[in-house]
Design a protein around this ligand. Sequence first.
Ligand code: MF3
Ligand code: CO
Length: 249
Amino acid sequence: MIIIKSKREVELIREASRINALALEEIRPYIVPGVTTKELNDRIDAIVRREGGIPAELGYYDYPGSVCASVNEVILHGIPSKKKVLRDGDIITLDLVTRKNGYCGDSARTYEVGICGERQKRMIAIAEECFYNALALVKPGNRIGDISHAIEATAKAHGCSVVHDYTGHGIGTEMHEDPYIACYGVPGTGPVLREGMTICIEPMILEGKSAVRVLPDGWTVVSKDGKLTAHYENTVVVTSDGCEILTKL
Ligand code: MF3
Ligand code: CO
């Protein structure tokens, strides 16, 4: 069931989203060669709590981190670790959910570590392009399949593939609500967008083939071929004539 949010609820999601966006910007200067993903986790945790929020991923189905920290071939749910030291030329995705006053905001960015090559920069840019091409279709009357197709078409135009096993989603009092938003799909299909829907659009793209596997820790999702991955996500509200990104400053 898709929950249409009232103006008041959108403002609560906006506040959680603001904190999320702030944390993902404030962390930027700390993403340098030599830092561990645990150090980034702890800084993000502190920023979220300083702003009166709670890192909602911590303890979610027993997830052990305050943020997902996914390096290079890790596409999703990388667990922050003291042993994972970032190296020059890596790319890392931080995917964060903040809860405040019962409502959630969710976003992800992929960052360069030190000096990256063209391969890495390209992946980051394509994930963002997928998001914005999808966003352009978010308005009342359009359908979820329009969003999904735009993500897939953009990735494919660059010779990349999209993840099939994980999706974007609605958001509100729950981190994950209906509707689910795949990174591939058919235009004109799926639920119709309506004013007051709050959704997370999250292109998860792969440099190589779309196949992924979960490591024995039960969380870490990697590309099967070991090639690079990237992810770009925002929480978005559908307005009367279009949409607005909530997870930005
Ligand atoms: N933040 C992820 C999303 O974009 C969900 C992470 S689930 C967790 O939907 F358990 F790893 F936290
Ligand atoms: Co999400």
